[in-house]
Design a protein around this ligand. Sequence first.
Ligand SMILES: NC(=O)c1ccc[n+]([C@@H]2O[C@H](COP(=O)([O-])OP(=O)(O)OC[C@H]3O[C@@H](n4cnc5c(N)ncnc54)[C@H](O)[C@@H]3O)[C@@H](O)[C@H]2O)c1
Length: 250
Amino acid sequence: MNSFDLTGKTAMVTGSARGLGQGIATALAAAGADIAAVSYSSSEQTLQSVRSYGRQGVDIVADLSDHSKLQETFDQALQLTGHIDILVNNAGIIRRTPVKDHSEKDWFDVIDINLSTVYLLSQIAGRHMLERGSGKIINICSMLSYQGGMFVPGYTASKHGVAGLTKAFANEWAGSGVQVNGIAPGYIETDNTAPIRQDPERTKSITERIPAGRWGKPEDIGGPAVFLSSSASDYVNGHVLCVDGGWMSR
Ligand SMILES: NC(=O)c1ccc[n+]([C@@H]2O[C@H](COP(=O)([O-])OP(=O)(O)OC[C@H]3O[C@@H](n4cnc5c(N)ncnc54)[C@H](O)[C@@H]3O)[C@@H](O)[C@H]2O)c1
């Protein structure tokens, strides 16, 4: 299946230190890609898996919500091989408080990294990709790109926004060899969902509503990420792929 092969490609994966970013970076390396891993903390553990597949990687520690440093961070990633073929916009946070108490700080902290960084970093990476006539951008969305959720208004707004950006960018760049798509994960076992999993009743009710009968693991996002990073998906544009054990079909 050569069309899924990522040999010779370099992927910049944000939020790669743990969770989904770690699962995605590992899967892309297994498919042949070198990895520029960018996170708030070190991605060394992720890069150990990357190297176990014979791929090279660079560990970039950066606060991606500092928008003034995004070009510098992208240029650092570029130094690994001289090209970035794939950008995975995965870094994100969530703040849980009821709407009436949701502070301005919580709102802007979430919007800054989950939405504005996706916009600005995609613009920077896109200029590089458009010049080369090829590239893949994958935005990590959410079921809350479609649903409202409870107690997470900033997160919901950010993820609806990311789904919108995915289509807006795809419409402009599809004809220039750059595919922009999204993945909407369901409930995945990561630090992001740890507080929910501490509540046994909530965990049970969520699990019962998932047709697959289980929560996802970071590696469940790996295969779809490889597909959307590879030439196998060259005619897929502006699509947000739900990887949710069937949650959105129910
Ligand atoms: N876990 C789920 O069930 C789930 C479901 C849907 C969508 N998502 C999305 O998947 C993405 C990853 O989530 P996760 O569950 O792996 O979360 P996580 O908290 O386990 O990991 C988040 C990663 O993002 C990085 N990060 C956060 N803020 C950053 C910043 N300002 N600068 C640089 N790096 C930063 C962290 O260092 C960490 O590596 C997020 O966008 C999240 O919204 C997760």
